[in-house]
Design a protein. Structure first.
Length: 541
């Protein structure tokens, strides 16, 4: 049962990317378990590598798989799963993409997701091993039959992965006598040979080697970090240049505003120049008048008649001359300032034109990126391609499955469903429904092993048929490994499905790999690979 569940989960995960369904994968160690008032499991907290602490919420639709094997009812499986779910247990879950909140025992609110599938993968044993220098290591042991294990440093870094030994017990080879069929004396000799041979490697030495490799990798990582920091510094410099450029653009825009005032300034400059010329002529006339007045003054002084009045006239004339000279100097200074402003404005206008060209180029690139963003959004090209291929995909898979089941079964893909927590909200999903004229409409996971094998093959072949038709080629060969963990009826259903496939594609050659004699007997031709003391031999039948 556990292996069947594992195979189904793997198939479901492989189909998800092909159909464009969003989901959230949560993998890591359990740090906290929460139950309801009735003691039933409601949620748990997982420490992941990439998302930190993540909450997993369990609902009535959640499929929870314990690590043990056996045939359980739904309540028995739930109870077994809850009993095994403890801190430091390794889990993997496929969750709906809608993010929710979960309050941990310490009061912190963390992101959480509703689980669709959850399975227990193993358990972390802290301080279960040690290096030669006494450094304690944690050991993460998997639940698979060969008991794989991973050695971790105290900080959680993975040091070494070791696959557990297998054989000779419960090993079977098609066409040969299995280990369990040997006599007791023969089994003792085979086991003694394995015992004398010993492990293929020294696990402690491999651990020490892994430590050395990790230290070398750490040194390389530090060098890469230094390079990244250098690049970050370069990026910060570029950002500073960009900020400076923005400031210059702002200043240039001010000069663009002043450019609009330039015609008025030019008119003022022309008027000021004309006024300076007029003042110059007036000064010349005044100087002539002064000369004449002085001449007259001298004459009058000589006559000593009206001297005081003449002196007053001379003083008034000199004061007027000083005022006019002051006006002339002010007009000259103003004219020089206007000339400098005009030259500066023309320079800034040239710079502003260059910056405006750069701004226009960047705006064009930004518009292109915005178009690409829209094209590859949720309503863009990939989503529309997936939406258009689903009906063809469903029809092709149903056609193949109907041929396998004599027209009894069909495939249905449900791409949208209404949330139980919010009846007004629809979410994108992928539920695979198998319709049967005898048993009705049931989800994929609720079907028997043989029915699931047929459905899985129909979906995989439908994908291959659609891809080959798009590419303009025909299916010539089908290489397929035996699906593990099938019982006797499941093997027969699997072979029936392969025969139906060969009938559908007349020119298709089917090559299936198997260790099951019953499955081998269903094929008219076979190639046996046998391991002998001289090496592997191939037998054609």
């Amino acid at each position: 049962m556990r292996r069947n569940i594992f195979f189904s989960l793997i198939l479901f995960l492989l189909l998800l990317p092909a159909c464009g369904v969003d989901s959230v994968q949560v993998r890591g160690l359990v740090t906290e378990v929460q139950t309801g008032p009735d003691g039933a499991l409601t949620a748990f907290v997982v420490q992941t590598k990439d998302k930190g602490q993540v909450g997993v919420l369990l609902t009535g639709d959640t499929f929870a798989a314990p690590s043990g094997s056996g045939s359980w009812t739904g309540s028995e499986m739930q109870a077994e799963f809850q009993a095994e779910l403890l801190p430091d247990v390794s889990i993997s879950a496929v969750c709906l993409p809608s993010k929710k909140k979960l309050t941990a025992q310490d009061g912190q609110e963390i992101a959480a997701y509703e689980a669709d599938h959850v399975s227990i993968n193993g358990r972390l044993n802290r301080g279960a091993a040690a290096l030669a220098d006494g450094t304690a290591l944690d050991v993460l042991e998997d639940n698979n039959p060969v008991a794989d294990r991973t050695y971790l440093l105290p900080g959680g870094a993975e040091l070494l992965w070791v696959r557990g030994p297998s054989g000779p017990e419960h090993c079977y080879v098609g066409g040969l006598e299995s280990f369990d069929d040997l006599s007791a004396r023969a089994r003792e000799k085979v086991s003694a040979w394995y015992e004398d041979r010993g492990p293929l490697f020294d696990e402690a030495a491999e651990l020490e080697k892994a430590v050395t490799d990790a230290e070398g990798a750490a040194a390389k990582s530090r060098e890469e970090l230094a390079e990244v920091e250098r690049q970050v510094t370069s990026a910060e410099t570029a950002n500073a240049s960009y900020t400076r450029l923005q400031s210059e653009i702002a200043v240039a825009r001010l000069w663009l505003d002043k450019e609009k005032q330039l015609p008025v300034a030019r008119e003022q400059k022309s008027a000021a120049a004309q006024r300076v010329l007029e003042l110059g002529e007036e000064i010349e006339d005044i100087e002539k008048e002064i000369t004449e007045a002085r001449t007259e003054l001298a004459t009058e002084q000589a006559k000593t008649v009206g001297r005081e009045e003449l002196q007053a006239q001379v003083d008034g004339a000199e004061a007027e001359i000083g005022a006019l000279q002051e006006l002339a100097r002010g007009a000259a200074m103003k004219l020089g300032g206007l000339k400098a402003q005009a030259e500066q404005a023309e320079k800034k206008l040239a710079e502003a034109a260059e910056l405006q060209g750069q701004v226009n180029a960047l705006a064009g690139k930004a518009a292109g990126y915005e178009e690409l963003k829209k094209a590859f959004s949720q309503d863009g090209i990939p989503h529309n391609i997936i939406r258009s291929i689903i009906p063809i995909f469903e029809a092709t898979a149903t056609n193949i499955l109907g041929q396998m089941s004599q027209g009894r079964m069909s495939v249905e893909f449900v791409t949208e469903k209404v949330l139980k927590s919010n009846a007004k909200k629809e979410v994108t999903t992928l539920d695979i429904i198998i319709n049967d004229s005898d048993t009705g409409r049931l989800p994929y996971m609720s079907r028997s092993g043989g029915e699931r094998v047929k459905a899985a093959l129909s979906v995989i072949l439908a994908l291959s048929e659609i891809k080959s038709s798009k590419a303009g080629v025909q299916l010539g060969f089908l290489f397929i490994d035996e699906p593990p963990f099938l019982d006797g009826p499941g093997v027969q259903a699997y072979c029936d499905a392969l025969e139906a496939i060969q009938q559908r594609y007349g020119s298709l050659k089917v090559m299936a790999i198997t260790h099951d004699p019953a499955m081998k007997s269903r094929f008219p031709q076979s190639v046996d690979v046998v391991k002998t003391a001289e090496g592997s031999k191939v037998i054609y039948e």
